[in-house]
Write a protein that binds this ligand. Structure first.
Ligand code: ACO
Length: 370
């Protein structure tokens, strides 16, 4: 038995949800470029869960269900108010999502209908949790979700209490489409491992959030913004990046385990970053980002991934840096739950082996002789 570090290249599940083949990403066989240009996030949620695009009636029903479940239990709001002031936003989300299970009578109901209903609840409630957390830490009251509007609209509305601009809703909606699913990424794998023990869907999504939090995965979008802030100006990009590369520091938002010729999602976010920058009359973050790309790709051959241009997009939308990774979770919960439902539909415990390299034939020494 020999281990493959990081399970690189190991095929660990059969799935019909999303694919990465020859550098192209599809959801249920539809290329991500087509979805990014044409689909709403709600259509994509339906596509991931049910395997086909919804017709108008099916989409309206999903919207109704999302509206029905978007309010979170007041006990969860009360708990968020008790979180320490410096709580990490992903730790807050992980804790609140775990708490949701305590107030859901069907949390441990493993029937297919209950699991699908819980997927809808989780999709509806994650944005409400994040917006409530954001307002509570600013000393403000949370804002109740609106009915009949998109998840992108509702999230921006619940953050500020103001009607969001169309352009902001459209940009966020497209970002949610782009982040919704990604084959057997680390957080999705974590979710599948958790529920393969026949644990519940809340436990699966809680594991996934904890996994997405790390800077080698979803946490990279926040780390990109930290880097842009540290760099501070266009003039400082070159010395900063040269120094980082010379010291073998990882440049956040670059590289990918699967894509070696570029992440197909990055170009959409780059375009969005440029368009939003233009509209805002401030292209500095966009120009700094393209300069970083030129240097990192030119010198290391590494291409930007989905997280790189998300940072300038979300900042231009006026979103706080530490909400970037939670926004990723608002989107990816659609994929996590689709994978959890798929795992349940044909489950087998996920239990690999380890290549043991420790000592052998070691004798037990009584404590008084050690
Ligand atoms: N900056 C500089 N060098 C890098 C980077 C980077 N961003 N990414 C990879 N490398 C280098 C490594 O230092 C290593 O070089 P070496 O062989 O000379 O030591 C080589 O490329 C291979 O890197 P690994 O980390 O082994 O590649 P792996 O496939 O394990 O990692 C990962 C992929 C984690 C995404 C990596 O590229 C990385 O850390 N990127 C930065 C973090 C990031 O952006 N994560 C988001 C990924 S997308 C997502 O999860 C949504």
């Amino acid at each position: 038995m020999t281990a493959t570090k990081g399970l690189e290249g190991i095929v660990a599940a059969t799935s019909s949800i999303s694919s990465i083949i020859d550098g192209a990403l599809t959801y249920r066989g539809i290329n991500i470029d087509e979805l990014a240009e044409n689909a709403t996030f709600e259509e994509v949620i339906y596509l991931l869960w049910y395997g086909k695009l919804p017709n108008r009636a099916e989409l309206a029903k999903l919207q109704e269900q999302l509206d029905q479940y978007a309010v979170i239990p007041e006990q969860v709001i009360a708990q968020i108010k008790l979180y320490p002031a410096q709580t990490n936003s992903m730790a807050a989300l992980r804790t609140a999502v775990s708490s949701l299970a305590l107030y859901d009578e069907e949390a441990n109901d493993m029937s297919e209908e209950a699991n699908l209903r819980k997927a809808i609840k989780l999709q509806a409630q994650l944005p409400t949790i994040i917006a409530a957390y954001s307002r509570i830490r600013e000393g403000k009251d949370p804002i109740a979700p609106k009915a009949g509007v998109s998840i992108a609209y509702n999230f921006l509305y619940m953050l500020s209490g103001n009607e969001p601009a169309d352009v902001a809703v459209k940009a966020l909606d497209q970002a949610l489409v782009l982040h919704a699913d990604h084959e057997l990424n680390a957080s999705t794998f974590a979710a599948r491992v958790t529920v393969a023990t026949l644990s519940d869907i809340y436990s699966g999504v809680t594991s996934a959030i904890g996994t997405l939090k790390g800077p080698l995965h979803g946490g990279a979008n926040e780390a990109v913004m930290v880097m842009l802030e540290e760099i501070g100006s266009f003039e400082n990009v070159e010395p900063y990046i040269q120094n980082a590369l010379a010291n073998r520091v990882k440049i956040m938002g670059f590289g990918h385990r699967v894509y070696k010729n570029g992440d197909p999602r990055a170009k959409h976010l780059q375009k969005m970053s440029r368009e939003l920058g233009k509209l805002n009359g401030d292209l500095m973050l966009y120009e700094m980002s393209t300069k970083i790309e030129e240097l990192v790709t030119g010198q290391k051959g590494l291409k930007p991934n989905v997280d790189f241009y998300s940072a300038s997009v979300y900042t231009t939308l006026g979103i706080a840096r530490d909400l970037f990774t939670p926004i990723f979770a608002i989107s990816r919960v659609s994929g996590w739950t689709a994978h959890i439902l798929e795992q349940f539909s044909d489950n087998r415990l996920i239990r690999p082996r380890a290549d043991y390299v420790g000592a052998s034939n070691v004798k037990y020494i009584p404590i008084e002789d050690r």
